[in-house]
Design a binder for this molecule. Structure first.
Ligand code: TXA
Ligand code: MG
Length: 332
């Protein structure tokens, strides 16, 4: 059931459902989440069941404001405080030392916890309504089946998880890819997942160089957002530079048997395409716009029955890191 998230009665109904231990589809500025009361381990277990996600994978807990951090985390380092100051509310998740008495199921049993304060007005209103009922935070992974493309509209959530779920409609997500995740438990910021907030912005805000997660001696916990093959459309996706893409298209144009090939091309470059054989969509030239539509475009191609998606590799610059990361996982 989809409810209009701008309606205060919908917010109240969703907050009560969360308080009762039920799940809710939640709009955020990044992607839609599947939310449960982070303080209720039985409710959190329903998320893992609905997503068919392994229970030792930690979830992100969403909070109304910076004041709620102290409920879940302790020993917050100064650089993490600076990042909260600079980027909350917004698409930044911080991994912090967890208070042992709260959020064990949400944290997948880790002694750390991922916290984020979303900027979406519907998410914010829901988190405030939850707090008034004693719910201090909501655990919410992306509202898709495990391993699939994250949803960026309420309709996507319904198609992933069914009609019975209460979903608050907050419109299409503005950012379009999941939050940047910074591990703050290792003395210096470690980038676990790139997103709209770039590594350069993080470094500038806290004055510390980012440590590569590959440089850690103890590996970061298992995390689905960081698995090789994740964010996968049903079609097979290949990344190529514009020249290789043009060569492949020229060959396809000459192949008279390729009529039923069902190939989609998603590229920034202007390419000559055998129009009858391929579906051609232009990728926006700026990274935020490309991120905003990325998952919806992949879903569209799947819905059209495309079997192969050829994507032009995005530029190797910091602002494209999040989009590059999602595309290379989708190609794995
Ligand atoms: O943008 C987002 O962050 C979205 C929206 C709904 O807010 N949420 C999201 O959640 O992407 P999810 O569950 O799909 O991503 C959770 C990821 C894990 O896969 C892991 O990479 C990281 O967050 N994570 C969470 N808690 C962690 C912890 N304690 N230690 C290390 N990584 C953690
Ligand atoms: Mg996810």
């Amino acid at each position: 059931m989809i409810l209009d998230g701008r309606d205060t009665a919908s917010i109240a109904a969703a907050a009560q459902a969360l308080h009762r231990g039920e799940l809710v589809g939640l709009p955020t500025e990044t992607v839609y989440g599947l939310a449960a009361d982070a303080g209720n381990d039985a409710a959190v277990a329903k998320i893992f069941a609905a997503k068919e996600r392994p229970a030792e994978h930690p979830l992100i807990v969403h909070v109304a404001d910076a004041a709620a951090v102290a409920h879940f985390a302790r020993d917050v380092p100064a650089f993490a405080q600076q990042l909260i100051q600079a980027f909350w509310p917004g698409p930044l998740t911080l991994i912090l030392p967890r208070r042992p008495e709260v959020g064990a199921a949400a944290a997948g049993g880790q002694n750390s916890i991922g916290l984020r304060c979303p900027s979406h007005p519907v998410a914010h209103a829901l988190l405030l309504a939850c707090r008034a009922l004693g719910v201090q935070g909501v655990a919410a992974p992306s509202a898709n089946q495990f391993g699939r493309v994250s949803p960026t509209t309420a309709a996507h959530v319904q198609s992933e998880l069914g009609d019975a779920l209460l979903v608050l409609d907050g419109g299409p997500c503005e950012v379009g890819i999941e939050s940047t995740i910074i591990d703050c438990t290792r003395g210096a910021p470690v980038l676990l997942r790139p997103g709209a907030i770039t590594r350069e912005q993080v470094q500038a805000a806290c004055g510390l160089p980012m440590v590569a997660k590959e440089a850690l001696d103890a590996p970061a916990p298992r995390a689905s957002g960081t698995l090789e093959s994740h964010y996968a459309p049903r079609a097979k996706l290949r990344l190529m530079d514009a020249r290789a893409l043009q060569t492949a298209l020229d060959l396809l144009g000459k192949d008279i048997d390729a009529g039923k090939a069902r190939i989609a091309v998603y590229a920034r470059a202007i390419l000559r395409t055998p129009a009858a054989k391929v579906l051609y969509r232009r990728m926006p030239d700026d990274a935020p716009a490309a991120a905003q539509q990325l998952f919806a475009v992949l879903r569209d191609f799947d819905a059209l029955g495309v079997k192969l998606i050829w994507v032009e590799t995005p530029p190797d610059t910091p602002e494209w890191e999040g989009v590059r990361d999602r595309l290379s996982r989708a190609a794995a």
